[in-house]
Design a binder for this molecule. Structure first.
Ligand code: CLF
Ligand code: SF4
Length: 492
């Protein structure tokens, strides 16, 4: 195996033929089935809505990109994990300040990105502030952009308080995806999260505030469900405040038709100056988050690939190209050229058919390994569904669970990049090893002997033997190989 490693970013900058050749490299060619294949668990109509949305479909996040524009900074509630100097922590990573734009500046920026980033499929408004409270700016931004790029998906995130006032317009504007942050369905729990809200021209505190917010969130969710708009519920997991309560939240939002539930860990830091940061409220550990996700397995479908991205993020979920598209770098006059996005989509449509076929084939192969134990495998990828990133360049690893039941995405683990400017840094490698706790193997596009030996000493197999293969295919082959060699050793 081996060969040149090609990321989607490179592909996107290439001509159509180069894109085709590179996207095809290393893949399974046993099937010609198309991307219209939908999972058995959903209708064709829903699949059509989510198949290009990187947040609503885990599969789509390998191929498609989102961008956010921060156009609606006003907010009508106070959350204890926010101090308003930073992005809205209901959707984005706290402690980050995004570039605020007018609707016209946002239009220019989105067109500039759409011309350069063919993976772009979704435009989101996700703070700072509340997209529904600052509705005029949200509406103007979406309508300007939808006029010029009609196939871009519009997506917004809200705390829900002002949502019911705008659901009818949301429906007529073809906004197919709405995120509501719901941290509680019991106003008593809300008392510890929301010190006040601003509603009907006055400020409400205490249980009244919490009750109003809860009722408005439930009403908004029901109204969206009735209109067939897909909803994602974000819940910030706050240990000792709502962590045990979130199972109940999951049950209720499922009942009310939510499509997806995204449990986000509270990120709390005194430097952020938030109430929780200053009072020492901790966020959940990785293990606590995973334990809760495991408990919710049978409830509303869970989102596990959220990156808590910036309110001005641009690119695939694991990357952020926002700094390449700050307002000063965007031309004063821009005109949209749809050709590269169209070419890219046509190619992805072909390739994800192959990917799906490879996934199915892996499932069938693994089913024979009845007695093999479940393992966690980490993968370094630049996108496209392939094992295609150099170990030393990875800033995150995707972690999959593999067993005779198949290969299943579990989570991502962020880490410091080990290799900068051609040199590996031992301190960073210790961090990478710590981030890979519990993982049996790392599959990557390339890895040197030195990190490979250190990983082996920590009990982690690292290999580039599956470079450029589909992620599930590579993991399946590795698993089959080690399971069979273990079996041979046992019977010898
Ligand atoms: Fe943006 Fe949110 Fe739409 Fe996605 S993000 S508004 S649904 S387009 Fe996605 Fe980013 Fe997680 Fe949000 S990874 S923080 S879930
Ligand atoms: Fe901050 Fe968002 Fe909460 Fe408003 S809704 S207080 S911007 S975290």
């Amino acid at each position: 195996m081996g060969g040149q490693l090609i990321g989607l970013q490179t592909l996107a900058a290439s001509g159509t033929e180069t894109m085709r050749a590179a996207l095809s490299a290393g893949g399974c060619s046993s099937s010609q089935c198309g991307s219209s294949d939908k999972p058995d668990s959903m209708s064709a109509e829903i699949w059509e809505k989510i198949k290009d949305h990187p947040c609503y479909s885990e599969e789509a996040h390998h191929y498609f990109a989102r961008m956010h524009v921060a156009v609606a900074p006003a907010c009508n509630i106070q959350c204890n994990y926010c101090n308003r100097k930073y992005d809205c922590a209901n959707e984005s990573r706290p402690g980050v300040v995004s570039e605020k734009l007018t609707p016209e500046q946002a239009r220019r920026k989105v067109i500039a990105v759409a011309n350069e980033v063919p993976q772009l499929s979704v435009l989101g408004i996700a703070g700072p502030g509340d997209a529904c409270y600052d509705w005029k700016k949200t509406r103007e931004t979406f309508s300007r952009i939808a006029d010029e790029i009609p196939d871009i998906k519009l997506c917004l995130s809200t705390n829900g308080l002002a949502l019911p006032d705008h659901v009818d317009e949301i429906a007529t504007m073809n906004i197919d995806h709405v995120t509501i942050t719901i941290n509680m369905i019991d106003p008593q729990v809300g008392l510890e999260i929301y010190p006040w809200i601003f509603y009907k021209n006055r400020r409400w505190t205490g249980l009244d505030a919490s009750k109003i917010l809860h009722e408005r969130q439930m009403l908004g969710l029901e109204m969206l469900t009735t209109r067939g708009i897909l909803t994602k519920i974000n819940s910030v997991m706050i240990p000792g405040v709502n962590d045990t309560h979130l199972a109940e939240v999951n049950r209720v939002v499922k009942e009310k038709g939510a499509f997806l539930h995204n449990i986000m860990p509270l990120i709390s830091d005194p430097a952020h100056g938030t109430h929780y940061g200053l009072t020492g409220q901790r966020g959940p550990t990785h293990a606590e988050l995973q334990a809760l996700q495991a408990k919710l397995e049978d409830g509303t479908k869970l989102m596990r690939h959220c990156r808590q991205c910036r309110a001005d993020a641009v690119g695939l979920l694991g990357e952020d190209r926002g700094q390449e598209f700050t307002l000063t770098q965007v031309p004063e006059v821009v005109s949209y050229d749809p050709s590269r996005r169209a070419d890219y989509r046509a190619l992805v449509s072909e390739m994800r058919g192959e990917h799906e076929a490879a996934r199915r084939a892996v499932g069938e192969t693994l089913a024979d390994l009845e007695t093999a134990p479940t393992c966690l495998v980490a993968v370094a990828t630049k996108g496209g569904g392939r094992i295609n990133q150099h170990f030393g360049h990875a800033k995150e690893f995707l972690v999959y669970e593999v067993s005779p039941h198949g290969v299943r995405f579990l989570s991502h683990r962020k880490t410091e990049q080990y290799c900068e400017g051609g040199w590996g840094d031992d301190a960073s490698l210790d961090g990478v090893i710590a981030a890979l706790d519990g993982v049996s193997a790392v599959l990557c596009g390339k890895i040197g002997d030195c990190p490979k030996e250190s990983l082996a000493a920590a009990g982690i197999v690292a290999t580039d033997e599956y470079a450029l293969e589909w992620i599930e295919e590579g993991i399946g082959c590795w698993y089959k190989q080690i399971s069979q060699s273990q079996q041979t050793r046992r019977s010898a």
